[in-house]
Ligand binder design. Structure first.
Ligand code: NAD
Length: 256
């Protein structure tokens, strides 16, 4: 008997089988959750569809999170097909490649807006659409963050600012939705080689530093993050909301 039998969840952010969202999906499925997947644009459909189908998923829907109509379409389909929802997984971020190198001070207005819209505001928009479906179901929402929200990480630049906004948004959402029994948390994952990470200049250097300095002397895997997602989406974490949970081999606790 899985921990999530009978529960239903929607996942935003699978691009391929290295995506953090994919590791989360596999584990949630193993624990009995029925899943709906979204993909950001036609180009990704051919990658996401076979993965989702391999987990028996029937709801595989387009959703660019900057488009309110697509968000509405996803949640009206979920309402029609499922009648309710237990879990929302936000594993989405984007900044232009040129903003993820050099100095933060050079960030363009357009680049700043785009990174904030895709990587932070989208969680607010998805939470607003998901909350009515979670009424009376002890729903749980999670989003993926990174330590660049708290400290300056070379080249992370505008994405660090967007992650700070994402974490703050999660706290405000937790306050709004807590009275309805809905919990909202973020996972601050250590660096992991994925498509999104490939866009960050000097990423390999970050992996090497974590391995050398983190208390656990290793980098984390997608599966490490997925197990924490399972905790946050299950009733094991029933009393936890508004938190930023670090899954980073302890890197964030280190001073000199
Ligand atoms: P990934 O490239 O596999 O996932 C990023 C996802 O964002 C992709 O599926 C992409 O399609 C989606 N996306 C981008 N723009 C979108 C849009 N407009 N609409 C809808 N979806 C859109 O990489 P990942 O590393 O698995 O990233 C997932 C999350 O984890 C991101 O929020 C990322 O910032 C965060 N994170 C990653 C790391 C890391 O080192 N990889 C560390 C901490 C946090």
């Amino acid at each position: 008997m899985g921990m999530l039998n009978g529960k239903k969840g929607v996942i935003f952010g699978v691009a391929n089988d290295r995506s953090i969202a994919w590791a989360i999906a596999e584990l949630l499925h193993r624990e009995g959750m029925e899943l709906a997947f979204t993909y950001a644009g036609e180009a990704l459909e051919s990658r996401v569809r076979p993965l989702a189908e391999s987990l028996g998923s029937k709801l595989i829907l387009p959703c660019d999170v900057t488009d309110d109509r697509q968000i509405d379409a996803v949640f009206s389909t979920l309402k029609k097909e499922w009648g309710g929802l237990d879990a929302l997984i936000h594993s989405v971020a984007y900044a232009k490649k040129e903003e993820l190198k050099g100095e933060f001070i050079s960030t363009s207005r357009e680049g700043f807006k785009l990174a904030m819209d895709v990587s932070a505001f989208s969680f607010v928009a998805l939470a607003r659409a998901a909350a009515p479906l979670m009424a009376g179901r002890q729903g749980s929402m999670i989003a993926m963050s990174y330590y660049g929200s708290e400290k300056v990480i070379s080249n992370y630049n505008v994405m660090g600012v967007a992650k700070a906004a994402l974490e703050a948004s999660a706290r405000y959402l937790a306050a709004d939705l807590g009275p309805k029994g809905i919990r909202v948390n973020t996972i601050s994952a250590g660096p992991i080689k994925t498509l999104a990470a490939a866009g960050i200049s000097g990423f390999k250097n970050i992996l090497d530093i974590v391995e050398a300095k983190a208390p656990l002397r290793r980098n984390v895997s997608q599966e490490d993050v997925a197990r924490t997602a399972l905790y946050l989406l299950s009733d094991l974490s029933g009393g936890v909301t508004g938190e930023v949970l670090h899954v980073d081999s302890g890197f964030n606790i280190m001073g000199i």
